[in-house]
Write a protein that binds this ligand. Structure first.
Ligand code: HEC
Length: 152
């Protein structure tokens, strides 16, 4: 009796499985399924080649990005559109009183966070030098004349 039930379940499963598979083929976007398999492939590649520098470059800061590069990856999220009361990029009126407090003060605000801005603009991998360059670049868009610390 139980064997009979088991086999009827198997019949059911084997009848449904192809249907489910068929549906999936229609709904899963090929790009999406590629994205699902990609991390596994990358991991294997890194393990095989023993090269950690290429795979990790997106996640770990090299510390050598220019102010503009840092701005475009991180700070633009809020400063391009004044999210959460952020002084808007290039808005001289919004920036003037802040610029007047001095470069070091502004850098400290980013390092420690201020208001809706998390410490390091929310990017914990950001090097101090990169924050300094980004602050100079950002403030200079609004009329400051800070010298962006050079990339070493
Ligand atoms: C999550 C949104 C957000 C991100 C990301 C962000 N900021 Fe801000 N930023 C703000 C907000 C909001 C303020 C205004 C804070 C206040 O005065 O209350 C601000 C203020 C500042 C100030 C002025 C600080 C002061 O003392 O008046 C500087 C300089 C600054 N941001 C630079 C940066 C830099 C450089 C980055 C990228 C590394 C960055 N921000 C990323 C939201 C953000």
């Amino acid at each position: 009796m139980s064997l009979l039930r088991l086999s009827s379940v198997l019949v059911l499963v084997s009848a449904i499985a192809p249907l489910a598979g068929c549906e999936q083929e229609n709904t899963v976007d090929p790009e999406e399924s590629a994205a699902l398999t990609r991390p596994v492939a990358q991991f294997e590649f890194q393990g095989a080649s023993n090269d950690t520098s290429s795979g990790a470059s997106g996640a770990v800061s090299s510390g050598n990005r220019t102010g503009e590069e840092v701005y475009k990856t991180i700070c633009t999220t809020c400063h391009a559109t004044a999210v959460g009361g952020a002084p808007k990029t290039g808005d001289a009126d919004a920036w003037a009183p802040r610029i007047a407090t001095g470069y070091d003060t502004l850098v400290q605000s980013v390092v420690n966070g201020k208001g809706a801005m998390a410490p390091r603009g929310g990017s914990t991998d950001l090097a101090d030098a990169e924050i300094g360059r980004a602050v100079a670049w950002l403030a200079n868009q609004a009329g400051a004349q800070f010298t962006e610390p050079p990339v070493e």
